[in-house]
Design a protein around this ligand. Structure first.
Ligand code: CRA
Length: 828
């Protein structure tokens, strides 16, 4: 008999490439509805359509995911691991559909069942596993690594409850739990096979084997399991799909049966509750050290799990860890994963038997560290006794690293006592603490800031002495934002207009937006540009009308400040300006005022009293101004609750004016500033963070800079500046502050804002009084400019056309070349 043809080898059963026409997509969506969800199309609810559509898109992603994974494995290229406590992802469906170029056919497929793709996309919950800029940057970086062909894996924590939901009740912030996982998460795949034990506490023993050097062995008292959940991250045009691996904590023994059987039903679950607590909630602190034991547990938990995973993968493909740094780059996103430095040393020395010096060489060559803030209250430091109790072996390692560094600094560089205590990993000043910034710095071959100014300030302030010791180590990597989410997806109107005008090249290379620059002088183009903006403003006005029942005029200036609420970001300055403007409109109704809508949104850390007062004030001021017939439609103030990524996607394209008004020297970079300008908003801002580089790119005639510069702020602070004399000689400011402190905006509780105002009189730490007048004048010049729509829109076009450089693709290419030596065009 001839060989039977029925049985094919396994390799030949790879599925056919999927078709992306509307017919196929419609059929597959119904198939998913039927067989994965168990619903007939007629019975399907909106959420069922979301799920079915997601599953169809997901199948396509998986095909690309496998192909990418196989290609990277086969190439043996260096991999990049991005360790971040936060990934502020937002919704994924629109991003995936856009990057796979499926928007049109899926839209059409759903239309056949009378289902609207936009509506379906809006049902997806936001994945809010981050607080603000740092977490959103990590999400942009993940997308850009996939889009630029960098083989990157993100490692973080799978929080059950992400960033809290904010409601405003009687003007004040109320925090409610966020529950993004309640309906399940179709984007994640649990990988039980990638589980690791993570230890805490216990003792360190010295093991002496004959003829060998003594070895330290850590015997943890507690162990929990880290279980991996993988989410595919699709790059532009689906050419590469990377993985975001988030760790979830579980007890090794889910239930203590002995306790249960003896009737202690609660006690039986104690272990499991304690373990799961590690990944239950995101700490809602932005640029602020949380300081509790659970936070340190979170940090060690995800660092240790990620390192075990990295080492396991490396040893699966290589003979030893000798070449770890050639094949692996690990980026520490701020100091949150900095304990990784000590943990990798432990793994190399105690587990894999490396001598100390060799292990240190490998460790340093492997890590890079990004600093995101110089604010003293945000710099992480842990009390030694807590650290020692939780991580006894890592503590010993930190002492040893410290001793080496100090020896080197005093022997080679002749550092004196003050310099030594500045670089020491142990802060002896405030009840002995481990300084995580110093640990991350010495354990990395490259340390970077996130804007040019921030990087210079790092060298001059927090890391002055370490910079002296390692003058080559600090470099700059200015932040960026992904143009897929922050232009193409959030602003289809502008994307369409630009495509018609300059062709589609900018979709693949965002710096080609520069081709649109000459169109600033083209009246017909400016008109279309303005029409897109107006439509985006009308869309935001609809959202605000639905949520808050406030009516806005889309022809007014939309003046927007959205970001975390923080004293240094100076929402207070913006509110004071609104009050001063209100007073002026009432005092001079005969003048021709430019109608203005001031929009605020943002969350305050629950324990940050001043920030919560600022939210309360914004709402109190809004209530009074919006109900005063004397200002008619000349001024409106709106606080939009629950700012998140999805709301930002509606807000960014709808701004005429972007408020970036931090006290100079304190905003490390900012990324909202970039999103606004990319979408054609003009910026009013201080010379702070990336505003400085935005000025260089868009040109000084297209950005509105005011106020003290970073060195002037520092100087005033040294001189013990206070606001009193400025307030006394500035009637506009004085009247606004009097109104606040006499309870005009809070008649039910007139003393509510006493502290807020008296702080301005007594020290004005954030330079609100110092900058008020310059801010006011700049705002009034913008009022005039807005009346000349030709001039305004021309500047707006220049902003969009010149913002291409602020793409996270550019940031990632710089990291890949200068820090990781990985990715396309690598130098290994
Ligand atoms: N709060 C900075 O303050 C910066 C982002 C991302 C921040 C922002 O100016 O744009 O990082 N810092 O680099 C931070 O989180 C821990 O420090 C932020 O998001």
């Amino acid at each position: 008999m001839s060989a039977s043809p029925e049985i094919e080898p396994i390799g030949a059963t790879v599925p056919e490439p999927r078709q992306n026409d509307p017919d196929t997509l419609a059929r597959q969506i119904v198939e998913k509805l039927t067989y994965s969800i168990g619903k007939h199309p007629e019975q399907a609810r909106k959420y069922d359509w979301l799920r079915a559509t997601t599953l169809v898109v997901r199948d396509r992603i998986i095909d690309h995911w496998f192909a990418s994974t196989d290609r990277i494995r086969a190439s043996k290229d260096k991999r990049v691991y991005y360790l971040s406590m936060e990934f502020l992802i937002g919704r994924l469906l629109r991003d995936a559909i856009n990057n796979l170029q499926l928007t049109q056919p899926i839209g059409e497929a759903l239309k056949r069942y009378n289902v609207d793709l936009d509506m379906v996309e809006l049902l997806e919950p936001d994945a809010a596993l981050g607080n603000g800029g740092l977490g959103r940057l990590a999400a942009c970086f993940m997308e850009s690594m996939a889009s630029t062909g960098v083989p990157g894996v993100g490692y973080g924590i799978r929080y059950v409850h992400g960033f809290f939901r904010q409601e405003i009740a009687e003007g004040a912030q109320v925090e409610l739990p966020e529950t993004w996982l309640v309906h399940g998460n179709p984007w994640e795949f649990e990988r039980r096979e990638s589980s690791y034990e993570i230890g805490f506490g216990g003792k360190v023993m010295t093991q002496q084997e004959p003829g060998k050097p003594p070895r330290q062995v850590w015997r943890p008292a507690e162990r929990v399991l880290a279980v991996a959940f993988d989410t595919p991250i699709v790059g532009w045009r689906g050419e590469q799909v990377n993985t975001l691996r988030l760790w979830s904590a579980q007890a090794i023994d889910p239930i203590l049966l002995d306790a249960f059987n003896s009737g202690d039903h609660i006690g039986a679950l104690v272990e499991s509750n304690k373990a799961e607590a590690i990944t239950r909630v995101l700490y809602p602190a932005d640029s602020h050290q949380a300081g509790q034991e659970l936070r340190l547990r979170q940090e060690y938990f995800f660092s240790a799990a990620s390192l075990q995973d990295i080492i396991r993968r490396h040893l699966g493909e290589n003979d030893s860890l000798d070449n770890l740094a050639e094949k692996v780059a690990i980026q520490l996103n701020d100091t949150h994963p900095a304990v990784s430095v000590a943990e990798l040393m432990r793994l190399l020395v105690d587990v894999h038997g490396y001598d100390w010096a060799k292990a240190w060489t490998i460790t340093r060559a492997t890590f890079g560290y990004t600093n995101h803030t110089l604010l003293p209250e945000a710099l992480e430091h842990w009390p030694i006794n807590l650290f020692e109790r939780l991580l006894p072996r890592q503590m010993q390692i930190i002492y040893q690293i410290n001793a080496d560094i100090i020896r080197q600094a005093s022997q080679d560089k002749g550092f004196d006592g003050a310099q030594i205590s500045a670089i020491s990993l142990i802060d002896e000043g405030h009840g002995r603490r481990v300084r995580m910034g110093q640990l991350a710095f010495v354990g990395s071959h490259a340390v970077n800031g996130v804007s040019a100014l921030h990087t210079e300030l790092m060298k001059e302030t927090v890391f002055q002495n370490l910079h002296q010791l390692y003058p080559e180590r600090i470099q700059n990597k200015t932040n960026g934002v992904t143009p897929r989410r922050w232009l193409m997806e959030c602003n289809p109107g502008l994307t369409g207009l630009l495509t018609d005008a300059i062709g589609p090249r900018f979709l693949d290379d965002i710096e080609k937006l520069a081709d649109a620059d000459p169109l600033a002088d083209d009246a017909a183009f400016r008109e279309k540009f303005a029409a897109v903006k107006r439509a985006n403003k009308a869309r935001l006005a609809d959202v605000i009308s639905d949520r808050l029942a406030i009516t806005l005029d889309p022809d007014a200036i939309f003046d927007i400040q959205v970001k975390r609420i923080h004293e240094y970001k100076r929402q207070f300055l913006n509110i004071i300006e609104a009050i001063a403007l209100y007073n002026q409109i009432r005092a001079h109704p005969e003048k021709s005022w430019t109608p203005r809508v001031k929009i605020f949104a943002g969350k305050a850390a629950p324990s940050y009293v001043q920030a919560k007062e600022i939210i309360h004030l914004a709402n109190d001021v809004a209530r009074l101004i919006n109900s005063d017939p004397a200002v008619r439609d000349l001024l409106k103030v709106v606080f939009v609750p629950n700012y998140n990524v999805s709301l930002a996607e509606i807000i960014m394209p709808a701004a005429d004016l972007s408020e970036q008004i931090s006290t100079a020297g304190l905003e490390a970079s900012g990324t909202g500033n970039m999103k606004f300008a990319l979408n054609g908003a003009l910026t009013i801002g201080t010379l702070d963070g990336a505003n400085v580089e935005m000025l260089e790119h868009v040109g000084e005639e297209n950005i509105f800079i005011f106020g003290l510069k970073a060195d002037e702020v520092a100087q005033r602070r040294r001189e013990a500046h206070s606001g009193r004399s400025i307030i006394e000689r500035t009637p506009l400011l004085r009247e606004a502050l009097d109104a606040i402190s006499t309870g005009v905006f809070a008649p039910e509780s007139p003393a509510r804002y006493h502290t807020l105002v008296s702080n301005l009189y007594n020290n004005d730490w954030w330079m609100i009084c110092a900058d008020f007048e310059a801010y006011w004048k700049t705002q009034r010049s913008l009022d005039s400019l807005f009346l000349d729509q030709n001039a305004w829109q021309s500047k707006a076009v220049h902003n969009t056309a010149r913002m291409g450089w602020f793409s996270s693709d550019r940031s990632i290419r710089e990291y890949a070349k200068d820090i990781w030596q990985a990715g396309p065009g690598k130098v290994t």
